[in-house]
Design a protein around this ligand. Structure first.
Ligand SMILES: *[C@@H]1O[C@H](CO)[C@@H](O)[C@H](O)[C@H]1NC(C)=O
Ligand SMILES: *[C@@H]1O[C@H](CO)[C@@H](O)[C@H](O)[C@H]1NC(C)=O
Ligand SMILES: *[C@@H]1O[C@H](CO)[C@@H](O)[C@H](O)[C@H]1NC(C)=O
Ligand SMILES: *[C@@H]1O[C@H](CO)[C@@H](O)[C@H](O)[C@H]1NC(C)=O
Ligand SMILES: *[C@@H]1O[C@H](CO)[C@@H](O)[C@H](O)[C@H]1NC(C)=O
Ligand SMILES: *[C@@H]1O[C@H](CO)[C@@H](O)[C@H](O)[C@H]1NC(C)=O
Ligand SMILES: *[C@@H]1O[C@H](CO)[C@@H](O)[C@H](O)[C@H]1NC(C)=O
Ligand SMILES: *[C@@H]1O[C@H](CO)[C@@H](O)[C@H](O)[C@H]1NC(C)=O
Ligand SMILES: *[C@@H]1O[C@H](CO)[C@@H](O)[C@H](O)[C@H]1NC(C)=O
Ligand SMILES: *[C@@H]1O[C@H](CO)[C@@H](O)[C@H](O)[C@H]1NC(C)=O
Ligand SMILES: *[C@@H]1O[C@H](CO)[C@@H](O)[C@H](O)[C@H]1NC(C)=O
Ligand SMILES: *[C@@H]1O[C@H](CO)[C@@H](O)[C@H](O)[C@H]1NC(C)=O
Ligand SMILES: [Cu+2]
Length: 571
């Protein structure tokens, strides 16, 4: 059974899969040893936090319906927690992973077994650290194959290849976010982007670290893309080859062809790549570079990998011409808009789009940047006009508690930990995408939005231009949602809902709030627990662009959060 024959590490996990191929749902055991490892890129060697010494981390491969038991053992000085990005975690919120939301961190020398079942999901997801900026090196694919003998709703690919985008920093990312928190300014940007940990030939001292996709002519490959970059949305393309998008965030979509894809951090997508019918006398670069809407400095570099047709000898390959793809310009918002409009649920009998048709609770969030006072006596900070950068939802910049929210809720000890009064709309109206208000200060707190079990929610997220309009990829834990509408300027509740798509909207877990615009989503709050929602640009999360939902238990026994596992870490 050769599924991931092309890439490194494949053999390591194939036995797990093979052992399950005849049975129904199985339990799969993994051990994640969190270790330091010296890794060199761009001629800079540094000690990074890894899983089992691998960078990027190992793949988890499972089937829909399987139970996963992943024992995470912390051998490093840092506190650790791991999030299984996009997994629904039905009634198993204790295994979701965000530090101080669903669990206290796994401290040095401790371990914790993440225990959950994959229900009704198949496709490409991923796992990553969910504490501070450690996900810069702690990440890897989480691949969910359909149940045995259930085919894909597209032709069976010849091979499947995960391609995970990352961001490489020569400096220690923990030092970078610590420094930014102290100064109040923007954190230093990365030195390179990577494909499967490799920056490629367009960077100095990096040609030997190039991702190569070796293909045969006349075949179809399933490429499983993941954007694990810390702070950047990325365009991607392959020279002279078009891509057919078939899935987004582990949900099948109506196939469409495109030269370029755009992924925000946190998003995943599966595409089919049809190779040329005959051996071309050329090699082809695949590249990725950022889509940027904000005003700050950013890493404007380009990662490249090679698409090589097998059979050419090393000697002839050297002489072949190499073609480069053309990517949209760094600020191409019209590409971003058109691309997101092409994404539609398959909405078939087998894979229906169960969009909530009636809305129990309508919610309006403003999302964006602002400032907070420097707070250092007689000093100025490095944010705008001597302030600190901050970010907020409905003007509330989230303050991380010192104990886990889910635990304090479950034990009835939420007093002094959080307030259950997150506002359903901003305190006052202003022209969200117009001239910024004079006062850019945000307020702060640890507030939760409480939802009775099975509430159907419509949430409009409105970008603000307080420090300049900017696209924010919002990620919701514990649920998928349907993206029913989007637009530019201020959302108009009397006009815009008429254009909502309730038939085949894309279903996903991370959506870009358009720069200077809004997006409307719907979801059914059918999963009891505390669920984090945050911008997946790590810098904005650090500045407070995050909040949490508390979904209460339902009446029936199977509508209640299960009790915490015995080894749940303590603060
Ligand atoms: C990493 O490199 C440093 C300095 O060369 C060395 O002291 C350390 O033992 C290395 N760590 C590992 C895990 O190899
Ligand atoms: C995993 O969770 C399930 C459901 O709560 C429980 O029955 C099972 O005992 C757990 N397994 C382990 C190894 O903790
Ligand atoms: C960030 O960049 C500045 C300017 O290049 C440098 O002085 C500083 O040391 C960097 N910070 C970290 C944590 O690497
Ligand atoms: C790459 O190296 C060349 C020559 O050493 C230097 O001029 C150039 O600035 C370097 N580029 C980057 C991005 O570091
Ligand atoms: C990236 O930014 C640097 C510094 O602002 C600039 O010199 C360089 O031309 C830019 N490169 C690209 C490819 O835009
Ligand atoms: C995008 O960037 C180009 C080149 O830097 C600039 O000329 C153009 O005005 C920008 N477009 C937008 C919409 O900001
Ligand atoms: C702050 O500055 C004021 C006026 O310049 C000075 O009187 C005061 O002592 C300073 N306070 C501290 C803590 O340095
Ligand atoms: C900073 O101060 C300038 C000049 O007073 C003002 O125009 C600008 O809006 C201020 N920016 C912020 C973010 O407060
Ligand atoms: C908001 O500001 C924009 C940009 O200045 C302007 O075009 C728009 O008319 C304003 N909207 C309202 C409702 O004032
Ligand atoms: C902002 O400040 C300017 C100049 O001080 C003033 O003219 C304007 O009315 C203020 N705007 C608001 C919304 O307070
Ligand atoms: C929260 O807001 C209060 C009141 O404005 C302020 O004193 C405090 O510094 C803020 N805390 C943080 C972490 O920004
Ligand atoms: C790890 O987390 C615990 C519990 O929140 C905290 O007390 C401790 O200071 C943290 N340690 C480190 C190294 O961050
Ligand atoms: Cu953001």
């Amino acid at each position: 059974m050769e599924i991931f024959g092309i890439l490194l590490f494949a053999l390591y996990f194939l036995p797990h899969l093979a052992s399950a191929s005849n049975a129904g749902s199985v339990t799969r055991h993994y051990e994640f040893n969190i270790k330091l490892q010296n890794v060199t890129r761009l001629c800079h060697s540094k000690s990074i936090v890894t899983v089992n010494g691998k960078f990027p981390g190992p793949r988890i491969i499972a089937r829909e319906g399987d139970r996963l038991l992943i024992k995470v053992i912390n051998h490093v000085p840092n506190n650790i927690s791991i999030h299984w990005h996009g997994i629904r975690q039905l009634r198993s919120g204790w295994a979701d992973g965000p530090a101080y939301i669903t669990q206290c961190p796994i401290q040095s020398g401790q371990s914790y077994v993440y225990n959950y079942t994959i229900v009704g999901q198949r496709g490409t997801l991923w796992w990553h650290a969910h504490i501070s900026w450690l996900r810069s090196t702690l990440y890897g694919p989480l691949i969910i194959l359909p149940k045995n003998n259930v085919p894909y709703p597209f032709p069976k690919p010849h091979k499947e290849v995960p391609i995970i985008f990352g961001e490489w920093f020569n400096a220690d990312t923990e030092a970078i976010i610590t420094q930014a928190t102290q100064t109040g300014g923007g954190p230093n940007v990365s030195d390179a982007y990577t494909f499967n940990g490799l920056p490629g030939p367009l960077y100095n001292c990096s040609s030997k670290d190039t991702f190569k996709l070796k293909v045969k002519p006349g075949k179809t490959y399933l490429l499983r893309f993941i954007n694990a970059a810390l702070n950047d949305e990325l365009f991607f393309g392959i020279a002279n080859h078009s891509l057919t998008v078939v899935e987004a965030d582990a949900i099948y979509v109506k196939p469409f062809e495109t030269e370029v894809i755009l992924l925000t951090p946190g998003q995943t997508t599966n595409v089919l790549l049809k190779t040329k019918p005959h051996h071309p006398k050329a090699s082809f670069l695949m590249t990725a570079r950022p889509y940027v809407t904000g005003a700050g400095t950013f890493d404007n570099s380009t990662v490249a990998g090679l698409l090589q047709y097998e059979g050419s000898t090393r000697h002839t390959m050297k002489k072949l011409p190499v073609f480069k793809p053309t990517l949209p310009s760094l600020n191409d918002t019209s590409f971003a808009t058109n691309f997101s409009k092409k994404l539609r649920s398959l909405a078939s009998a087998q894979f229906p789009a169960n969009v909530p048709k009636n809305v129990d609770k309508q919610i309006f969030f403003t999302v964006g940047l602002g400032t907070s006072p420097c707070g250092l006596k007689n000093q100025t900070c490095q944010g705008p006009n001597g302030t600190r950068f901050a970010a907020s939802i409905n003007n509330i910049s989230f303050i991380q508690p010192t104990t886990a929210l889910l635990q304090s809720h479950f034990l009835g000890q939420s007093n002094g930990v959080y307030n259950p009064n997150f506002p359903v709309s901003p305190a006052y109206w202003f022209n969200y995408t117009g001239t910024p208000p004079n006062n850019t200060f945000v307020s702060n707190g640890t507030k939760l939005m409480v939802l009775p079990f099975n509430t159907s929610v419509e949430l409009v997220m409105q970008d603000t231009s307080i420090l300049g309009a900017e696209s924010h990829p919002l990620h919701l834990h514990g649920f998928n949602f349907f993206v029913v509408g989007q637009g530019f300027g201020n959302y108009d509740p009397s006009v815009d809902p008429q254009n909502f798509n309730l038939v085949d909207p894309v279903e996903r877990n991370t959506v870009g709030v358009p720069s200077g615009g809004w997006v409307a989503i719907r979801f059914q709050a059918d999963n009891p627990g505390v669920w984090f929602m945050h911008c997946h640009l790590e810098v904005h999360t650090s500045w407070g662009l995050k909040m949490a939902w508390l979904v209460l238990d339902g009446k029936l026994p199977n509508q209640k959060l299960l009790p915490p596992p015995a080894d749940l870490p303590k603060c």
